[in-house]
Design a protein around this ligand. Structure first.
Ligand SMILES: [Zn+2]
Length: 168
């Protein structure tokens, strides 16, 4: 069951979204421009298309498209979700009340992001031994997906760097 956030992310590109607000120039793998969050004359605001994140080396802010919209439009997560859903042409699957500052919604999003992350890990290279183990125990692909089984890689900071963008 793909969640709204994933669906929106798969349809929008960080460079296009931010490019609507900030004039960006390509520079190697990055796109850069003047940071909209602090005054500067030399661009230190970077947008990374491959990772779909942005970061400002001047003021230290960064995140994904949701964090950008939250900060730029000065809205909370549910509103940013609505704005981006509209841009992406995604119909939100659950009731999100704009303005009802919603820690709960954010927490659920965070957890679902974490679940997705561990599931992806199980499907990718680092999870191959775990996959073999599950297969040897007769756990089917169907059970793996219905019980949302995942694999936690050895690196302690993997999830943190992945969900960095969700920090408050
Ligand atoms: Zn900045």
């Amino acid at each position: 069951m793909p969640n709204d956030v994933d669906q929106i992310k798969s349809r929008l590109d960080v460079v296009d979204v931010i490019g609507e607000y900030v004039s960006l120039k390509q520079s190697g793998q990055n796109w850069k421009g003047l940071c909209p969050f602090h005054g500067e004359k030399t661009p230190s605001f970077m947008v990374h298309r491959e990772k779909q994140i942005w970061h400002c080396f001047g003021c230290g802010l960064g995140g994904d498209i949701f964090e950008f919209i939250e900060k730029f439009e000065n809205v909370d997560f549910p509103e940013a979700l609505e704005i981006l859903a509209r841009k992406a042409g995604v119909e939100l699957s659950r009731e999100v009340q704009p303005g009802a500052s919603n820690k709960r919604t954010r927490l659920f999003q965070l957890l679902s992001e974490a679940v997705n992350f561990y599931q992806e890990q199980l499907k990718s290279d680092p999870g191959s031994s775990a996959r073999q183990y599950l297969a040897s125990r007769g756990v089917t692909a169907e059970s793996i997906s219905s019980f949302a089984l995942g694999y936690a890689p050895a690196e302690w900071d993997k999830l943190v760097t992945r969900v960095l963008v969700w920090r408050n």
